[in-house]
Design a protein around this ligand. Structure first.
Ligand code: HMG
Ligand code: MG
Length: 299
């Protein structure tokens, strides 16, 4: 019998990955209410927002207000792609920064207007400074399995990018199936290699659920030794620069599966569904994940 962890950490990415893809502006007040309700449900690690160009992602233009308003409970991440983003994030009081880069050049060019090598060159001094100043650095690796423009990514290329970040002493790697195309076997194989190669870095899996394999991928990654998962309440969102990809795996479905297997998360499922209910009126697609639908039908 394979071994599973007793406890798993969920990193809620709904307020960032979930909302960044919403075309209609969601008010800052509604975002703060959503984040607060997620914290009340027991979420201790969360991506709150991103400090990116408002011309590229208008929905994240209120990053500063969000960070200033949210109590610093647990580990609250903000995404930042460059020096400008990092400076604004620190100004707003952020203590944990997530940088992001794609393994494939084509995705990276579309997402941050740089090749992968150019991005790494930009990020190196920024990461070294953040680490020197005692901040927590998370590196998000997009297109770790498949790229929407280039197809399959060689695991060696993903490993090489992760190695670079590990050498710069990042605290965490969040390795992403950006377009939700990886199979559970691919998930197991890559995460097994990553856990083995980088035992000193917190290793997190980030699955989008485009082809409904995310829950199976999580079960595979658990067996490979992963105990940290990014997920989005209500399964919201997606990356505006990854055509055809849908939202992240739904937090409520992941939490339900883990609890049913006796794995602790510290999250209250009913309260989590209450948080989703708060944001539901403001998102374009109806939320019909397994656990949220059951919760709503019970009301
Ligand atoms: P660029 O156009 O090459 O940048 O964009 P630039 O340096 O020429 O600047 C253009 C304008 O943006 C300037 O303003 C800058 O000041 C401003 P202007 O002079 O025209 O008025 N600017 C900024 N403003 C606010 N904050 C900043 C910032 N930087 C420049 N940080 C850039 C380059 C990186 C800025 C742009 O491409 C960008 O913002 N991209 C963000 C894309 C994004 O947010 N993608 C989604 C997140 S990643 C993701 O979802 C994947 C993940 O979930 C994992 C997975 O699933 O794969 C993490
Ligand atoms: Mg994502």
């Amino acid at each position: 019998m394979f071994s599973l962890p007793n406890k798993v950490t969920i990193i809620e990415v709904g307020p960032r990955d979930g909302l960044q893809n919403e075309a209609k502006p969601v008010s800052t007040e509604s975002k703060i209410e959503f984040i607060t309700a997620l914290q009340q449900a027991g979420i201790e690690e969360m991506e709150l927002t991103s400090f990116v160009s408002p011309k590229w992602v208008p929905q994240m233009a209120d990053a500063k207000e969000i960070v200033s308003a949210i109590p610093k409970i647990g580990r609250q991440f903000v995404l930042a792609p460059n020096d400008k983003g990092i400076a604004s994030a620190l100004d707003a009081g952020a203590r944990a920064v997530a940088v992001f880069v794609g393994v494939s050049n084509s995705f990276n060019k579309k997402n941050i207007n740089k090749t992968t090598a150019e991005s790494m060159e930009t990020l190196k001094p920024l990461i070294l400074n953040l680490k020197q100043d005692g901040l927590f650095v998370r590196a998000c690796i997009s297109t770790a399995f498949y790229c929407p423009f280039e197809g399959a990514i060689k695991p060696e290329d993903t490993m090489a990018l992760c190695r670079q970040f590990a050498e710069w002493d990042v605290d965490e790697l969040s390795v992403a199936d950006t377009i939700g195309m990886a199979s559970p076997i691919e998930s197991y194989n890559l995460f097994h290699k990553l856990v083995d190669a980088f035992p000193d870095v917190l290793m997190t899996a980030h699955f989008h659920d485009t082809r409904k394999m995310a829950i199976a991928n999580i079960f595979a990654a658990l067996q490979a030794g992963i105990s940290r998962f990014d997920s989005s309440a209500g399964g919201l969102g997606g990356c505006p620069f990854a055509p055809g990809a849908t939202g992240n795996v739904a937090t409520e479905d992941v939490v339900n599966m883990l609890h049913r297997m006796g794995i602790e998360t510290g999250i209250d499922l009913d309260k989590l569904c209450e948080a989703i209910k708060k944001i539901e009126p403001y998102v374009s697609n109806s939320i019909n994940t397994g656990m949220y639908t059951l919760y709503k039908n019970r009301l």
